[in-house]
Design a protein around this ligand. Structure first.
Ligand SMILES: Cc1cc2nc3c(=O)[nH]c(=O)nc-3n(C[C@H](O)[C@H](O)[C@H](O)COP(=O)(O)OP(=O)(O)OC[C@H]3O[C@@H](n4cnc5c(N)ncnc54)[C@H](O)[C@@H]3O)c2cc1C
Length: 301
């Protein structure tokens, strides 16, 4: 008998627990019978969460196959807002899912919800189902089969994805993690991996100063300087900075590379890192995933 379930769909999820695991990371545990079928392809699996507001209850969200077109056609003020997050843990036997979210000062629908949410509140989560069979379009960690080192770098929004990747990499994997977080206490967020050196720092005066300097330093040690290649300029206030090299079938663009780098965070910082790694350092861009997870001064949708 063929499995006719969709590979991804909206799940109805109710907050069952809220825990502040470090000063900036708040873990939301969601439950509800629907989540028994929530898929867990792992790594940096991205999901969409629909947040309720006073004017836009989640029941107004179109949830059929054509949801994106229908949502776009809705009156702007009637559209339930959604934002992108990362699945942290899935416990299908308990019909539970954890998502770690960082609240920030400039309020958007997600940060407003994160600050006020209570046990019992409901959201919708668009995520893979258990029918995914290991294939998911929401995964962007696609390293070559053979690589000496892995560089995982980002700001706090990338930390949940980096945490899952570290937990799933084999013990013999080697590499460097660079993370910039809002608070010193957030350094405890990442799980330990025996093969990785950690450069985690709290944000100082200038945003992303640590991230950019530590990635440049790590790349300098991990790969011999190559011949820099020009990168086309991207207008990050207009276009999304999302460059994930892969083959037409979705696999890694290269079979072998000395370094595979996965970089995610504020688009301005990622753009700086892209220029640095590819143009100045000469790292092969087919071995680097650059992802602008959010843009300073700009809402996600
Ligand atoms: C693939 C992917 C995975 C992600 N996973 C996670 C995750 O697991 N956990 C997590 O916490 N975030 C994650 N993010 C980031 C999250 O989607 C954004 O931070 C989102 O914009 C928050 O929505 P909002 O409604 O609070 O703000 P928006 O309405 O989108 O923006 C409103 C204002 O807030 C600013 N802003 C948005 N995010 C931040 C921030 N983090 N710090 C400071 N200012 C900000 C914007 O620049 C804008 O000025 C992920 C993003 C992507 C693309």
């Amino acid at each position: 008998m063929t499995d006719e379930r969709p590979l991804s769909r909206f799940f109805r999820a109710r907050v069952t627990a809220i825990a502040d695991i470090t000063p900036s990371f708040r873990r939301f545990t969601f439950g509800g019978p629907d989540l028994a079928d929530y898929g867990d392809p792992g790594l940096d699996q991205r999901i969409k969460i629909v947040f309720p507001t006073a004017a836009t209850p989640i029941d107004d969200m179109p949830t059929g196959e054509d949801w994106w077109t229908q949502w776009r056609e809705m009156d702007e003020h009637r559209r339930p807002p959604f934002r992108t997050y990362t699945t942290r843990y899935v416990r299908n036997h308990l019909a539970e899912v954890d998502v770690d979210m960082v609240s920030h000062d400039v309020l958007g629908p997600a940060s407003a919800w994160i600050a006020d949410a209570q046990v019992g509140d409901e959201v919708l989560i668009y995520a893979p189902t258990t029918a995914h069979e290991g294939v998911s379009y929401g995964i962007d960690f696609v390293p070559p089969a053979h690589t000496d080192d892995i560089l995982l770098a980002g700001d706090e929004t990338a930390a949940p994805a980096i945490a899952v990747i570290l937990e799933q990499l084999p013990a013999q994997a080697r590499g460097v993690v660079v993370l910039e977080v809002p608070d010193e206490g957030d350094a405890a967020y990442l799980p330990a991996h025996p093969g990785f050196a950690y450069h985690v720092a709290a944000r100082g005066g200038t945003r992303h100063e640590h991230l950019v300097a530590a990635v440049a330093d790590a790349a300098g040690h991990l790969v011999p300087a190559g011949r820099g290649a020009d990168v086309e300029e991207i207008d990050i206030d207009r276009d999304i900075l999302w460059e994930v090299p892969r083959t037409a079938k979705g696999g890694a663009a290269l079979k072998k590379a000395p370094l595979y780098a996965w970089l995610a965070g504020e688009a301005g910082a990622i753009k700086t890192l892209r220029r640095h790694l590819v143009t100045a350092q000469g790292v092969d861009r087919r071995a680097v995933a650059f992802m602008g997870y959010w843009r300073l001064g700009k809402a996600e949708v």
